[in-house]
Each structure stands twice: as structure tokens, then as C-alpha cells.
Design a binder for this molecule. Structure first.
Ligand code: DC
Length: 233
């Protein structure tokens, strides 16, 4: 079967996917697509609709409301330098990093009507161009024929520590380590147990444990895989 010229980089939150993906994209001259940012943008956009996303299944009326929203609004990924994601004319680059948006993104992502919209949006950005996408279901659902599939992991403690240091560096000291760890474990649970496209390693994906590895080592690992395999495209 023909492979897609795509690198699928999946893994739980805080595993370092976006840092690694950006550098791989630079090194190999690929388009980089941060699919988490796209889920976050949709979460931000739907936050005041009154829909209860924590429910395991949405009512048909809610689904229709969401479809109508998608129909009447325009989401754009990286429409111009410095803008990661945009809704109509609103730049969402910074607001999607807020804590409540992270939580809501995890909740909305279990609903099929939303995942279908996201799947279509993600594939339409790539078209036939070489790309690296980071997310949860890139290697399993979005691009099952990706030429390289890597599942990046790290222990919950390690990921919580990185997040804690990152927030501290930004001057956000109101979150303590234990609450960040709890949050990461809850999000892992939500991501791994949802019915629609749960977070898991693709059967033909390679697991890369980032614990104790440097960023350049991980980047090199993926660059090497791409260089070995792209000849088969
Ligand atoms: O990678 P991130 O933390 O920015 O992603 C935010 C949320 O979006 C995450 O909790 C799960 C969801 N997500 C997803 O379900 N599938 C993806 N491909 C990317 C993100």
C-alpha cells in the first residue's frame, strides 16, 4: 500500500511532542501541524454554547448546534506568521493555552461530531504535502498510512515536572506540583478511555520514551527514521 509522506507523532500531554515536532519540521523542511492547538481552538469557540460536553453522548440537538457553528464560522491553522490558529478574524494563539481551555479541549475531544470535523480539517491542511503532525490519533486514525509513526511517552511525574517548571518560568506560580500531576493523570485517563479515537500507540508505531533523553536525541531519532524510509515512498 502506498504510504503518506507524513510523520505521525502521537503521545500524552506533556511528552514533549510539540517541541520535538517543530525541530523535526525545521530540519526536514516539513509542514508542522499542532493538532492539539486545533482541538483547543474548537474548545475555545464552543465554550459559551451551553452544551454539556462532559456527557458521554451528545443529544442530536447539540450535535446540530455544533454542525451549524462549524458551518457559519471559519477556523484557520497558521494563516500567517505568528498566528497559530484563528477563528474568523480572531487570533487564538494565546488564549488556547489557558487552563480552562485545556480542560475543555480534553472534554470536547471525545465527541465524534467534533473529531470528524477535526479529521477533515487536519487532512485538508496537509493535502499531499510532506508534513509532521503531533496529536493523539494521527498514526491510528488520521494518517494510518504515515511513513513514520512514533509514540512519545514519559512518566506522568516527569511530564508534570516539566509543566510545573514551564509555568514557573512564565511566572505562573499558582499551580502546585501535586495539582498539575493530578490534572495530567486525569487528562491521560480521559484521552485513553474515550470511545472515539482513544490515545494509543499504532500497532506499527515505534514507542520512544523521552525520560532521560535530550531533545536533540529525540529529533535525530525521528529524522533518521524519515531518511531511512522516505526512499520507499
Ligand atoms: O496536545 P494538547 O494538550 O494541546 O491537546 C489538547 C487536547 O486535545 C487533549 O487533551 C486531547 C485533545 N486532542 C485529541 O484528542 N486529539 C489530537 N490529535 C490532539 C489533541
Amino acid at each position: 500500500m502506498k504510504k503518506d509522506q507524513v510523520i505521525a507523532l502521537d503521545g500524552p500531554s506533556g511528552s514533549g511532542k510539540s517541541t520535538v515536532a517543530k525541530l523535526v519540521a525545521q530540519e526536514l523542511n516539513l509542514i508542522y501541524i499542532d493538532t492539539g492547538a486545533m482541538f483547543r481552538a474548537v474548545a475555545y469557540a464552543l465554550q459559551h454554547t451551553g452544551i454539556e460536553f462532559t456527557k458521554s453522548k451528545l443529544d442530536p440537538a447539540d450535535e446540530q448546534k455544533i454542525q451549524d457553528f462549524f458551518h457559519h464560522h471559519r477556523f484557520q491553522f497558521a494563516p500567517q506568521p505568528g498566528v497559530l490558529v484563528q477563528l474568523d478574524n480572531l487570533n487564538l494563539t494565546d488564549v488556547i493555552r489557558e487552563h480552562h481551555v485545556s480542560r475543555l479541549a480534553s472534554q470536547i475531544s471525545k465527541h465524534k461530531v467534533i473529531r470528524d470535523f477535526l479529521a477533515h480539517w487536519q487532512r485538508s491542511i496537509v493535502e499531499d504535502r510532506p508534513a509532521i503532525l503531533d496529536g493523539r490519533d494521527i498514526g491510528t486514525v488520521i494518517f494510518p498510512n504515515a511513513v513514520v509513526k512514533v509514540f512519545l511517552t514519559a512518566s506522568a511525574e516527569e511530564r508534570a515536572l516539566r509543566r510545573f517548571e514551564e509555568l514557573k518560568a512564565r511566572g505562573q506560580t499558582e499551580h502546585d506540583f501535586q495539582s498539575i500531576l493530578k490534572d495530567i493523570k486525569e487528562r491521560d485517563h480521559e484521552d485513553m478511555t474515550r470511545e472515539s479515537a482513544p490515545l494509543k500507540r499504532a500497532v506499527d508505531g515505534l514507542e520512544l520514551d523521552s525520560t532521560g533523553k535530550t531533545i536533540p536525541e529525540m529529533v535525530q531519532f525521528i529524522v533518521n527514521l524519515w531518511n531511512e524510509r522516505k526512499g520507499s515512498l
